[in-house]
Design a protein around this ligand. Structure first.
Ligand code: GLV
Length: 326
């Protein structure tokens, strides 16, 4: 029997790829692009551990293809909606994610998107590139003043939501949050906890920071969008499935929402082409955690989780049972 290997589904950062040789176990590594399903099934067969990313669906079929010696699956992402936790638990496989190390990078990018949509940064860049004649004017490309008493509503007050709140406070925004784990009326880190309905009705900008769970799928649907303030903004650096994209397109088209900034999409990597025709949406190809040190830290944490479980120790960041809705 060959020694069970570590399967690495996709090329990690260069620094971490170089360190894999020191682990003392055979490594089978995929490529930069996500492996096709048959390559994934073949690559994981006989593995003791697997490092995957959010592009790999880890389900009963994949776990069975790996075989009974599989001990741990480490996701290079804080989100884990690509992994069937129940199927893993049934097979005694530990599942890990990468919380903590990406909070600042993700919050930075959330804030970049918030500014980009409210101050029309990308739209202005597109305009400037057209070569069309222009002259400064009081009414040209006017957006929302976020520091003039604007309210940010953070849906989901976990680590990333809190990091976004710190940035918003520095910009002078009023910040409210809704989170099922917090009591309405409390103040946490200077942020007032409100109900989801009040957040929708009050916020000038709604920013989503919940995991994708059955209970959060399409949390922002046509009805929730209708309950948002007229001419408000939506920012989504969580998961595409939290938003009903067709309903969002309608709300952007009608002008009920002034704008949106999206880092994630329901059918990734496909982006609904209707978005591309809208001037008031900022589109990002799922890069909110793509800071240089952050990506190294995410990959290193995945490797540490693997080595600890293979050494018979508890994982550093095993996925814990998720809290449900917003
Ligand atoms: C990225 O989307 C992540 O979940 O870390």
């Amino acid at each position: 029997m060959p020694q069970p290997h570590l399967y690495v589904a996709r090329t990690l950062t260069p620094a971490v790829m170089a360190e894999l040789d020191d682990l003392g176990l055979p490594v089978v590594a995929g490529e930069e692009a996500p492996p096709a399903r048959d390559r994934l099934l073949a690559g994981i067969a006989g593995a003791a551990a697997a490092i995957v990313t959010l592009t790999e669906r880890v389900d009963a079929e994949l776990l069975d293809a790996a075989g009974p010696q599989l001990r741990v699956v480490a996701n290079v992402a804080v989100g884990y909606d690509n992994i069937d936790l129940e199927a893993a638990a049934e097979r005694g496989v530990v599942v890990c994610n990468t919380p903590g190390v990406l909070d600042d990078a993700t919050a930075d990018h959330t804030f970049a998107m918030l500014l980009a949509t409210t101050r029309r940064v990308v739209e202005a860049d597109r305009f400037a590139r057209t070569g069309r004649p222009w002259i400064w004017g009081p009414n040209m490309l006017v957006g929302l003043d976020i520091s003039a008493d604007a309210t940010l509503g953070i849906v989901g007050f976990g680590r990333i939501g809190r990091a976004v709140a710190r940035r918003a406070h520095a910009f002078g925004m009023r910040v409210i949050t809704s989170d099922p784990g917090l009591n309405v009326g409390d103040a946490v880190d200077g942020v007032t906890v409100v109900g989801f309905e009040e957040l929708l009705a009050t916020a000038d900008v709604v920013s989503l920071h919940v995991p994708l769970l059955p209970s959060t799928r399409h949390l922002i649907d046509a009805s929730a969008l209708a309950r948002m303030r007229p001419r408000s903004y939506l920012v989504n650096a969580a998961r595409g499935g939290v938003v009903d994209e067709s309903a969002l397109i309608d709300a952007l088209r009608s002008g009920h929402l002034a704008g949106a900034a999206l880092d994630t999409f329901e059918g990734e990597p496909r982006i609904n082409p209707e978005f591309a025709g809208l001037e008031n949406v900022v589109l990002q190809p799922h890069i909110a955690s793509a800071g240089d040190r952050t990506r190294d830290a995410m990959c290193r944490l995945a490797v540490r989780n693997v080595t600890r479980v293979l050494a018979g120790e508890p994982a550093e960041t095993p996925v814990r049972t998720p809290v449900a809705t917003a």
